[in-house]
Design a binder for this molecule. Structure first.
Ligand SMILES: Nc1ncnc2c1ncn2[C@@H]1O[C@H](COP(=O)(O)OP(=O)(O)O)[C@@H](O)[C@H]1O
Ligand SMILES: [Mg+2]
Length: 330
């Protein structure tokens, strides 16, 4: 099936003067497990915005931000926190900022909260007829073996609400379940068990109404685990990941998946391509990394958007939320 997207078109900047952004908080760090990655992303964003003349300042964590905002020290927030449970990416921060009428980058409350929960994101996709691997929702104490038999091996088991490939298990044979069961015994949250996709892995950066060129991730090992993501330097990233109609299809699918989950502004959609069943949606990241190894900057670079311009364009998406304060004041 051929789709409408051929070449990504990213609108030219709408804002020409850096002063139009006012004083900008670049929110980074925080207390989540992804603190270090967030600090790395944040420093890059801060330097890029300052290089373009934006009055940008670093803020470490949500508590420090709220304190600064109560003293009215910032006009908008560039959010580059990564993480859940109030870690900045799961809707909690977004709700607080909506409540006090401060514009911010990225998805709103609903898109952020939903995307942090892999099971419920998949339920929305499935209800819209979007392809995602068959799955089971496991609550603490549920019988993992029975679920694996019902779905059929091989499967992946992972926490519904974590990131960075933490607690992700690849189960090829029933004997491999012991490891996942041991993890589950000490984990209170829900686990997602889903059929394993056998085939290539892609990620698609979303920017406004546009899907950026896909990136094909080729880990040296079997899958894109924590080591391949953050430690190994032999993971290959090919951009664009596909050609012709296939590339158009994966971009179109990613954009539809992003919108179906109520996301906006910018983000990244993980997709795999099963050798038999074709493209399968895996998950959405609503505050993707902006480090020198990160994938959204790579994809943007492929169509001629340099890092500074990308940061500027992302900051512009904060104006999508800017109606909030005016509505409240009426
Ligand atoms: N159903 C699946 N089939 C095959 N590989 C998978 C599947 N789910 C996850 N993976 C692998 O595990 C990695 C991490 O899973 P993902 O759902 O993206 O969680 P995280 O939030 O940790 O990035 C993926 O990048 C992919 O390599
Ligand atoms: Mg992922």
């Amino acid at each position: 099936m051929s789709t409408a997207i051929s070449q990504p078109l990213v609108a030219a900047p709408k804002i020409s003067e850096p002063a139009a952004f006012g004083r900008v908080a670049v929110l980074m760090g925080g207390t989540s497990a992804e603190r270090e990655v967030s600090l790395d992303s944040g420093r890059n964003v801060l330097a890029a915005l300052r290089a373009r003349g934006v009055d940008a300042h670093p803020v470490d964590g949500i508590a420090a931000l709220l304190e600064a905002l109560s003293a009215k020290r910032f006009d908008r927030v560039f959010n580059i926190l990564h993480g859940n449970k109030g870690g900045g990416e799961d809707g909690v921060l977004q709700g607080a900022l909506e409540a006090i009428g401060v514009p911010y980058t990225g998805s709103g409350v609903l898109g952020s909260a939903l995307s942090m929960d892999k099971i419920r994101t998949k339920q929305v996709w499935a209800s819209e007829g979007l392809p995602t691997p068959k799955f089971a929702r496991l609550r603490h104490g549920d019988d993992m073996r029975a679920a694996a038999r019902a779905l059929g091996l091989p499967v992946f088991v992972k926490p519904s609400c974590e990131g960075s490939s933490v607690g992700v298990f690849r189960i090829l044979a029933e004997a491999d379940l012991a490891q996942a069961e041991a993890f589950a015994a000490g984990y209170a949250g829900e686990l997602l068990m889903e059929q394993m996709v056998v085939g290539d892995e892609f990620t698609v950066g979303i920017f406004g109404d546009t899907a950026l060129p896909s990136i094909r991730i080729v880990p040296a090992g079997e899958w894109y685990d924590y080591h391949a993501k953050y430690i190994a330097d032999d993971t290959q990233y090919l951009c664009p990941g596909l050609e012709g109609d296939d590339e158009a299809t994966v971009r179109d699918l990613a954009l539809r998946a992003f919108r179906a989950a109520g996301c906006s502004g910018w983000g990244r959609v993980d997709v795999m391509r099963d050798r038999r069943s074709g493209f399968q949606l895996i998950e959405i990241n609503t505050a993707p990394g902006m480090t020198s190894h990160s994938l959204v900057p790579k994809a943007a670079g492929q169509i001629g958007i340099d890092f500074e311009t990308l940061c500027w364009l992302i900051l512009e998406t904060s104006f999508e939320n800017a109606g909030v304060a005016e509505v409240r004041e009426r």
